[in-house]
Design a protein around this ligand. Structure first.
Ligand SMILES: NC(=O)c1ccc[n+]([C@@H]2O[C@H](COP(=O)([O-])OP(=O)(O)OC[C@H]3O[C@@H](n4cnc5c(N)ncnc54)[C@H](O)[C@@H]3O)[C@@H](O)[C@H]2O)c1
Length: 326
């Protein structure tokens, strides 16, 4: 299969690219290597993808360093190359940053997605997988969150861009017959996790002996999903056929922030200097996925419990010895 992965040098994208390359798929990656976090980390991720392809004697994956907002560049560099599927992961991620740079988030996450859907339409791509987010549920009061819930209470520009992009996917499915599957990821973690996300950030602060900023009283809850489970869900969605659909890909278990910090202290063998700060604007109190639909239609079945996943994350994190990196 020939697959275009946008954001393929990032955390989730590089894991997916590695997996697809290992099974012999022809991978083309688009990534702009922006400085949201160190481009060196993304280059390191890309090397892992290349190594996986070599190890499995798969076709060499190719990389286009370009910005998805630039439709002309997309057209010129991708050169119509016939793809079976596009997995669109490139985005400005991060709720808090989106409050400070809403225009950038709208440009990349909404306009960028529109550019790719247009490109897919023009070049006859039949299937488009979109990385959405649990944040679209916003202040949804009913838990666990179900794909059938009526949502309209997003509380950050990031969440709103993801909701808007889901709607664009629905439009292109309806108008142009592109199969669009939106996957709502719930806080993904594991080796190569983005350095701005809680688990990675806390681990770095604990190892450096810096204060660990705990926003609120520590009772906020997140549904953490181990990367391998998320990737299994993406692979299942790539095989699933429907004009348009939406799936939650979570673990369907919630973990309190204070418990997460305590677990990290135990696994890293160091005490955290917890500094309690006010709750951050844009942060929701809870994320909790109802995964009944993904189980039934995708055969999705998350396997990694938080304690095991944190240990695997810590093994990678400690072996890497790069705590000074952002
Ligand atoms: N990690 C999570 O917990 C999580 C949760 C919900 C949704 N998501 C979504 O999943 C996707 C992947 O997330 P991630 O954690 O791997 O993030 P990431 O930042 O590691 O990966 C995104 C990649 O996209 C690239 N990119 C960003 N803007 C681009 C642009 N304009 N043109 C080309 N490339 C661009 C980045 O350089 C990066 O390599 C994102 O769409 C994110 O919103 C992630």
């Amino acid at each position: 299969m020939r697959v275009l992965i946008t954001g393929g040098a990032g955390f989730i994208g590089s894991h997916l690219a590695e997996k697809l390359a290992a099974r012999g798929d022809q991978i083309v990656v688009v990534d702009d290597f922006n400085a949201f976090y160190s481009p060196d980390v993304k280059r390191e991720n890309w090397k892992q993808v290349q190594a996986a392809a070599r190890k499995h004697q798969a076709p060499a994956p190719s990389l286009h360093k370009l910005d998805i907002c630039n439709a002309k560049q997309l057209e010129a560099k991708l050169d119509g190359g016939s793809f079976d599927q596009i997995v669109h992961l490139a985005a400005r991620a991060g709720v808090r940053q989106s409050i400070h740079q809403p225009e950038l988030y709208v440009r990349v996450n909404v306009m960028g997605t529109l550019n790719l859907l247009e490109w897919a339409h023009k070049h006859g791509v039949k299937k488009f997988i979109f990385a959405s987010s649990s944040s679209v549920y916003g202040l949804n009061e009913k838990i666990p969150f179900s794909e059938n819930d009526l949502i309209g209470k997003t509380i950050s520009p990031y969440a709103s861009t993801k909701l808007a992009a889901e709607q664009l996917c629905s439009n292109y499915s309806h108008l142009h017959g592109i199969e669009c599957i939106c996957l709502r990821f719930f806080t993904v973690y594991g080796p190569r996790q983005r350095p701005d996300l809680a688990i990675h950030k806390f681990a770095r602060q604990i190892m450096r002996g810096e204060p660990v900023h705990q926003y609120g009283d520590g009772t906020t809850r997140r549904d953490y999903t181990y990367i391998d489970d998320t990737i299994d869900g993406v692979l299942a969605a790539m095989k699933y056929s429907k004009p348009f659909d939406i799936f939650n890909l979570g673990e369907s278990e919630t973990v309190e922030l204070r418990y997460l910090i305590a677990q990290l202290e135990q696994i890293l063998g160091r005490k955290a200097q917890v500094e309690i700060l006010p709750q951050q604007a844009g942060d929701v109190p809870v994320t909790y996925a109802d995964i009944a639909k993904a189980r039934a239609l995708l055969g999705y079945s998350p396997q990694t419990k938080i304690q095991d996943g944190l240990r695997k994350f810590a093994d990678w994190f400690l072996a890497r010895k790069k705590w000074d990196e952002h």
